[in-house]
Each structure stands twice: as C-alpha cells, then as structure tokens.
Ligand binder design. Sequence first.
Ligand code: C2O
Length: 546
Amino acid sequence: ADTVETSFLVRNLTANRLCQNQVITAVNDSLPGPTLSVKEGDTLIVHVFNRSPYNLTIHWHGVFQRSTPWADGPEFITQCPIRPGGNYTYRFNLTGQEGTLWWHSHVQWLRATVYGALVIRPRDGQTYPFIQPYREDTILLGEWWNADPIDVENTALASGGAPANADAYTFNGWPGDLFNTCVSNNTYRLDVEPGRTYLLRIINAALNTQFFFKIANHSMTVVGADAAYTNPFQTDVLVLGPGQTHDVLLTTNQSLGLYYMTASPYASAVGVTFNGNTTTGIIAYQNSTQTTPPILPDIPASNDTTTAFAFSSNLTSLVTSPFWSTVPRTVDENMFVTVGLGLTPCNSSQNCSGFFGQRLSASMNNRSFVLPSQVSLLEAVFRNISGVYTTDFPDTPPLVFDYTNLNNSFNQSLLFAPKTTSVKRVRFNATVQVVFQNTALIGVENHPMHLHGFNFYVLAQGFGNYNPATDSQNFNLVNPQERNTIGVPVGGWAVIRFRANNPGVWYVHCHLDVHLPWGLAMAFLVDNGGTPESTLPPPPADLPQC
Ligand code: C2O
C-alpha cells in the first residue's frame, strides 16, 4: 500500500455562472475541487491551508477513520474549525472499502463550493467484481447560488424561516443549458466512443436537493453505492440523496448521437412546491453528426416517490465482495429514533417567519441538537471536560403518536423539542440497531440520514408507522445494502444496523444542510467503558483549537 500526500489551498476566487460573477470559496482554485484517487489500503495525507475568510474543516464522507477519529472533520464534533490563516493535516487510512466517496467542508454551508470526489480503486493485482471499464468518469451533482451560500444560510437563520432554493443545479460545477438561461457553452459534456463500457461515479454533493439522474435512451447498471459493491442492478433512473454515491456501468450501445443526462429534483416534502430547474449534461458519441438538440429523457415528476422508493429499496449487497461481512444477528442497542421538523419559540426580539409565528427547528427523539462552541465533543471526551454534553440521548421517543397523520391531534409540546447536546454512549463493538421514523409534526419529508465513521446495513424500509412485530419479519439479513446515508422514506421509516467497532464521537445527521443548523442531528460516543486514554488515540499536535 502507498502513502498519497497532497495539499488543499482553500481561498476565494471569482467564478462566472449564469452570466454573473460570484465570489466563491474553492479548493486549489477549482469547482468541484480536486478528485483524490487512492487504492484500497493506502494512507492519505492532506495538508489543508485555510486562506479563505471563513472557518473551515474538511470531512471525508464515508471514510471509516479506524483509529483516526481526529481526522473525521465535522466542526465541533471531532475538531474545532481551522481559522482563516490556519492549517491542519488530515491523515487516515483507506482499508476495507472500495468505490466512490467524496470530501466536503463541514462548517455551515461552505460545502456548497468546497467539495470533491474521493475514488478508492482496488489494490495492485486486484480487480473490480465487474467488467473492467474502458474508462471511468466522475460526475458530481451540485447546487449554485447567485449569492454567498453562507449569507443565504445566515439570512434564513436570522429570519427563523426556510432558506432560498439554489439558483441552479450543476453537473461538475456547470448549470445545464436546457432549462437555465444564460449558461453560454458551459454545459458539462462527456465524450464517449460507441460500443464501450464506462464506469460513472455519480455523487450527490448538493446541499438541499435529492435528485433523479437519467440518461436518454440508455439504461445503467448499478455496481456500487457509498463505496460498497452491490449486486448488478439495471435501471434507467438513479435516485441520490445528498451524501450518497452510486457507481454505474454505462454501455454506449445507441446510435451515434447526442443524449442529455438530467438531474431533476426529488422534492419529497408533501405540500411543498419546488421551483428548482432540472439540469442537463450531454453524452456525446464520437463522430456523431447530429446538429439537432440532444435527445431528452422523460423526467420523473418531482414528487415521484414510487420511483424513488423502487430504486432505493431494490439495491442489495454483493456478498462475494472481499469487503463484505455478515450482518450481526444480535442487537445490543436497540433504538427507535424519530426524525423531523418542529419549531422553536420565538421571542419579541427575533424574527419569526417559521410556521405559526414561531421559528423553524428540527429534532431527533425530541432533542434538537446544538453544537458545542468552546471545544469539540471528541476533545471534551478525551480531556474529561464536563458540562459540554450529556449522555442521555433517549432510546425511544418521549411519546408515541401517529407520525404519519398530519391532522392527528398530538401533544403540542412535541413541536418544541428542547435544545440539547446529548449523545448516545455505546460500548466498543456493540451492535446497534436504529429505526428511523419520520415525524409529521410539520410536514413530512424524505430525510437522508448520514452516519459518520461506519457503514450500516439497511434491513428494511417502508411507509407509515414502523410496526416492530410485523416489519421485523421482513428484515433482509442476507444481503442488505450497505451505506453511509439512507433516505428515510417520506412519512415512513428505515431500519439500520451496524457494529460500533471504532472508538470516537460519530455524528449522525440529516444530509439536507438546511436541517442541520435546525438540530436534526445526534452523535454516538463509542468507547470501551474505561478511561478516555484507553479508548482514544491522542489528538495530533496541530489539531485546531477553539
Ligand atoms: Cu457528508 Cu456529516 O457529512
């Protein structure tokens, strides 16, 4: 195995999109930032130099970080931010996972422009568990604002209401030409040869949008999800929540021509109209003489939950992969966790543009998560600093009601979840099962829930209220998909299971970034029950301080 060493210089630059200049924060002057390519087993060292005006961290989304909890990156969870002018070196190993991951800033909304791909290929002498592709391409789906995204977030937080939608969706940083005006000739274009098989690594790096991805006249074969191999699954549509990746094989078996690929919003929130435009890229066959516009695929309706669920519930793991391990049959920690939006009481000195004259908020098990600000959780654990967090995150919600019925009468106090920094403490190597259940206090919506530090098995998903007696009969314990991010179906539930085999503090949150500052988060503290020193490696000397 090799050591791959690189530097990220993070600074502001002026980019032109949608016929406007906009100052953005970018890594190594590019949008998306650099693609990092490693082989399974390699060690990656990234020296980050923050020359932007903002606080910064980099999170390596989906990397297990075995024995390197200080390199995970979420601000105030595993480190304090790198201040403007500061540096931090992330060092970690990439053993036991292959496929497509990505990296992004984990400070406020900076990840709108601070993101890039992380590709993990087989070690020398090893091959993919599928046909060797003729070529590989990386496609990052993103969002573009004609504004500073941090201003967009701060404006929303000050108002108590929801933030503005993106001005455009992007393929590899470029708004498409079909539905956006003023894109000149910046549409992303993938040139292909006929009769070849390409491996497309598709990453949803958008802040707040789930996407349907299609290519006109072509089907795709999914072979990987979140850097875990899947059984080949043929489909003409992908569904990706923010944070998710899919590796697909594309065979160029159509007549020479131009074909649009589209990323259109899956806006699962019931009753919310969505004004985002589909973005387009072009698959261009070599030697095509087509002069007419590219062929467009049928675009799913933005509320097409049937299509989204069919895709998301049909993926299964490739159990012949060398990285597969069997699903734990016993559960040490059994949790039932509600996820959803709510309100924060508004006082007269504040703006109150949430619903009912209050401010928008969100919670898990009726706790609205608040980040510490003086020290990271991991450092508070390591140094035994009291008063930073509590370990009373509940295993069940405070009250049970009909989560799926908007008109159901429920205890109104559930709308106003207390703001706490409570974590769930689990013993090293415990098996943890979590039933995520959507609440319907304020709307219902598909929440892409992300777990740091681990992959989990998705045992089952469904709509309505989870029923332990009947739904547990349908768990897939044989070849469930393995992921780091799962969309909890709108008005429904998803059951995940993982082994807590990595000591540290691991964030769990909705990857719709609008929900994060509202508190749709919690964290696992995994330790061996002994002293912090016996569980955790010491922090690196250059760990940023608050
Ligand atoms: Cu990709 Cu906590 O995030």
